[in-house]
Design a protein around this ligand. Structure first.
Ligand SMILES: NC(=O)C1=CN([C@@H]2O[C@H](COP(=O)(O)OP(=O)(O)OC[C@H]3O[C@@H](n4cnc5c(N)ncnc54)[C@H](O)[C@@H]3O)[C@@H](O)[C@H]2O)[C@@H](O)CC1
Ligand SMILES: Nc1ncnc2c1ncn2[C@@H]1O[C@H](COP(=O)(O)OP(=O)(O)O)[C@@H](O)[C@H]1O
Ligand SMILES: [K+]
Length: 511
C-alpha cells in the first residue's frame, strides 16, 4: 500500500482522466463506496451528508444519491452556494439539486430541531478533503464543533475535515471520525499522529487509479507490512548449522546496568541469529552470565580487545544503557571501524548531541539508527519542525546520516538513504514501556547478522515487534515481547515458504 502526497494524488487523478476513467467516473466510484460503507456499517439510522464546495463535496453528492437508492432516510447539506460549484462536483450536484439544503439550517437554533444530531445518526463528512490547506473558519469550523459534540457516527471522505492530508497537521479543530474512506493509496494524515487517530478505521477503496499510475507519480513510500519484506527473511534449511545463521554481538553497559543489553541479546537470539554474545567488562560478566543461558558472554579489557571481538561478529548492537560518556563515543567509533552491520540506539546516539556531524562522518551503509523523537532531536535539531512531516523528516535524516534511520513511535518511520520509506502503524500503545526499544534494537541487529539488508531488517523488526505487542495486550512488559516471536515467525514462514521446503521430514510406508 503506497503513501503519496496530495499533489501526487492530483497528478494521478489527472493522468487517470487523461488515459482512462473520467474525473466524474472516479467521483462516482468514490461516492458509491462511501454510501455502501455507511449502509454496511450502520444499517439503521438517519444519515446526514455535509458537503463542501470542492471535489470532496462532489463525492458527498454522489454518496447521497446512492444512499437514497439504498432506501436510507438521508438529508443533504451544502456549505456555500450551489452557484459556486464547478467541474465534477457541479456535475454530481446537478443530479440531486432539488434536495440540497443550506448547511446554515443545521446551525440555526430556531430551525434545527428536526435535524438535531443524536446517537444513532450517521454524518457523512464531505466538507473538506485533501485539497484543504487553510485553517477552518466560519460554518466549517462551527459544523466541525457541532459534529464533534454529538454522539453521531461519522464517516469522513478522504480525510477528516480539518486534517491536512500532507502533513497530518490539524486545524484548531478537526473532525474525529469513526471511519475514513480514501482512494487507492494512503496519505500522510492516515498514518502519522495525531491526525491518524482522528481518521478512525481506514478503508482504502479502489476507484480505478492504477498501481502503474501511482508508481509513476509517487515516491517509494509504503505502509510497513509483511508483504514488503517477508520474502527477504532467511530461513534455515534442513542442513543448516548455527554458524551459518549469523553471530550477533551486543555490547553491554557497565555492571549493574546490563539489563538493556540482555533484552536486546535475547530478542536477537529469538529472531534467529545462530550465536549471540554479550560483550562486557569483566566486572559485568557475572550478572550477565547468571541470567543468560543460550546467550554467551565475553569480556574485553580495553577498546582494542572490543574491536577484535566485534570484528568477528556478523552483526552488532550498541547503545542501550551504554552511558552518555566519552567511553561510549570511543566505542561507537571503534565499532563503526569494523564495518560490521550495526544498530546504534539510545546513549550511542545521545552522546553525539553536541557534534552529530562527527557521528555522520563515521557511519556506513550497514548502520541503522533507532532514535525516539527525543534522540532524533539531539541528532537532527529542528528538522522535524522545519520539514513539518515526520515521513519526509526521517527521509531527510537518513540522507544526511547516509544510513537507515528508524524514527520510533506509534507511527514509526523507517527511512533509507536513497529516499525510500516505510511507515509502521502496527503496534499497541503498551509498547510505551521501559526496554521495548532495546528489544527492537536486538531484533534489527539479529536480522542484519543473518545477512538481511539494513532496511528490510529494520522494517521486519518494527512490524514483528508491533505484532508481538498486540498479542501481549494490556499489561505488556518488554520481557514478554520475545515470547510471542516464535508463533509470529512461524506464521510468516508458513505463509511464504515454498511448498517443497518442509521442516518436518515425512517418511511414509505403504504395504
Ligand atoms: N484521485 C483523487 O484525487 C480523487 C479525489 N476525490 C475527491 O476530491 C477531493 C479533493 O478535491 P479538492 O482538491 O477539490 O479539495 P476539497 O474538496 O478539499 O476542496 C477544496 C475547496 O475548499 C476550499 N477551501 C480550502 N480550505 C478551506 C477552508 N479552510 N475553509 C473553507 N474553504 C476552504 C478551497 O478553496 C477549494 O475550493 C478528495 O479529498 C476526494 O474527496 C474523489 O472524487 C475521487 C478521486
Ligand atoms: N504509543 C505507542 N504505540 C506504539 N508503539 C509505541 C508507542 N510508544 C512507544 N512505542 C514503541 O516502543 C518502543 C520504545 O522504544 P524506546 O523509546 O527506545 O524505549 P526504551 O528506551 O525504554 O526501550 C519503540 O519501538 C516505539 O516505536
Ligand atoms: K472530509
Amino acid at each position: 500500500m503506497r503513501i503519496i502526497s496530495v499533489n501526487q494524488m492530483n497528478e494521478a487523478d489527472r493522468r487517470t482522466s487523461e488515459f482512462g476513467l473520467s474525473g466524474a467516473s472516479l467521483m462516482d466510484a468514490a461516492g458509491r463506496a462511501c454510501a455502501e460503507m455507511v449502509h454496511n456499517t450502520w444499517p439503521d439510522g438517519r444519515v446526514i451528508v455535509l458537503c463542501g464546495q470542492g471535489n470532496n463535496g462532489g463525492d458527498g453528492f454522489v454518496a447521497y444519491r446512492y444512499l437514497e437508492q439504498l432506501g436510507r432516510q438521508v438529508s443533504l447539506f451544502l456549505i456555500g452556494d450551489v452557484g459556486d460549484l464547478s467541474g465534477d462536483a457541479e456535475g454530481a450536484a446537478e443530479l440531486v439539486l432539488d434536495d440540497i439544503q443550506a448547511a446554515s439550517v443545521l446551525l440555526d437554533k430556531s430551525e434545527n430541531d428536526s435535524f438535531e444530531l443524536s446517537e444513532g445518526d450517521v454524518v457523512v463528512d464531505a466538507m473538506l478533503g485533501a485539497g484543504n490547506s487553510r485553517p477552518l473558519e466560519g460554518e466549517f469550523l462551527q459544523l466541525v464543533q457541532l459534529i464533534n459534540a454529538t454522539k453521531a457516527h461519522v464517516l469522513s471522505i478522504d480525510v477528516p475535515t480539518g486534517v491536512r492530508g500532507d502533513t497530518g497537521a490539524l486545524s484548531s479543530e478537526a473532525i474525529c471520525a469513526d471511519i475514513t474512506v480514501t482512494f487507492n493509496a494512503l496519505k500522510t494524515a492516515h498514518v502519522i499522529e495525531s491526525a491518524a487517530s482522528l481518521c478512525g478505521a481506514i478503508s482504502v477503496v479502489d476507484v480505478g487509479i492504477s498501481e502503474e499510475t501511482l508508481a509513476y507519480v509517487g515516491d517509494e513510500i509504503f505502509l510497513n507490512r509483511p508483504d514488503v519484506w517477508a520474502d527477504k527473511l532467511p530461513w534455515p534449511t534442513r542442513s543448516t548449522h548455527k554458524h551459518q545463521r549469523g553471530s550477533l554481538g551486543v555490547v553491554a553497559g557497565e555492571a549493574g546496568k546490563t539489563g538493556a543489553a540482555r533484552l536486546a541479546a535475547r530478542a536477537g537470539l529469538r529472531v534467529g541469529a545462530g550465536l549471540v554474545t554479550l560483550l562486557g567488562h569483566a566486572s559485568a560478566i557475572p550478572e550477565m552470565a547468571a541470567s543468560s543461558l543460550a546467550v554467551m558472554t565475553k569480556d574485553y579489557a580495553d577498546i582494542d580487545e572490543l574491536y577484535l571481538l566485534s570484528a568477528s561478529q556478523s552483526g552488532l548492537v550498541f547503545g542501550p544503557a551504554a552511558g552518555v560518556t566519552e567511553g561510549t563515543r570511543f566505542k561507537v567509533a571503534s565499532l563503526l571501524q569494523t564495518g560490521v552491520p550495526i544498530v546504534l540506539d539510545a546513549d550511542a546516539l545521545t552522546v553525539f548531541k553536541d557534534d552529530p556531524s562527527f557521528l555522520f562522518g563515521l557511519l556506513h551503509e550497514k548502520c541503522v539508527l533507532t532514535p525516539h523523537e527525543g534522540e532524533f532531536e539531539s541528532l537532527f535539531p529542528g528538522l522535524l519542525a522545519e520539514v513539518g512531516n515526520k515521513i519526509n523528516a526521517t527521509r531527510t535524516a537518513a540522507n544526511i546520516a547516509g544510513c537507515v534511520v528508524v524514527l520510533k513511535g506509534a507511527d514509526s518511520v523507517i527511512a533509507s538513504p536513497d529516499g525510500a520509506a516505510r511507515v509502521n502503524v502496527h503496534g499497541s500503545p503498551f509498547l510505551a514501556t521501559a526496554g521495548s526499544g532495546d528489544v527492537l534494537a536486538g531484533m534489527i541487529g539479529s536480522w542484519m547478522a543473518q545477512g538481511v539488508s539494513a532496511y528490510d531488517s529494520a522494517s521486519a523488526s518494527v512490524w514483528i515487534h508491533g505484532e508481538a505487542s498486540l498479542s501481549g495486550g494490556a499489561g505488556l512488559i518488554s520481557e514478554d515481547l520475545m515470547d510471542y516471536f516464535p508463533r509470529i515467525l512461524t506464521r510468516i514462514y508458513e505463509e511464504i515458504r515454498p511448498s517443497n521446503v518442509l521442516w518436518e521430514r515425512k517418511i511414509e510406508f505403504s504395504t
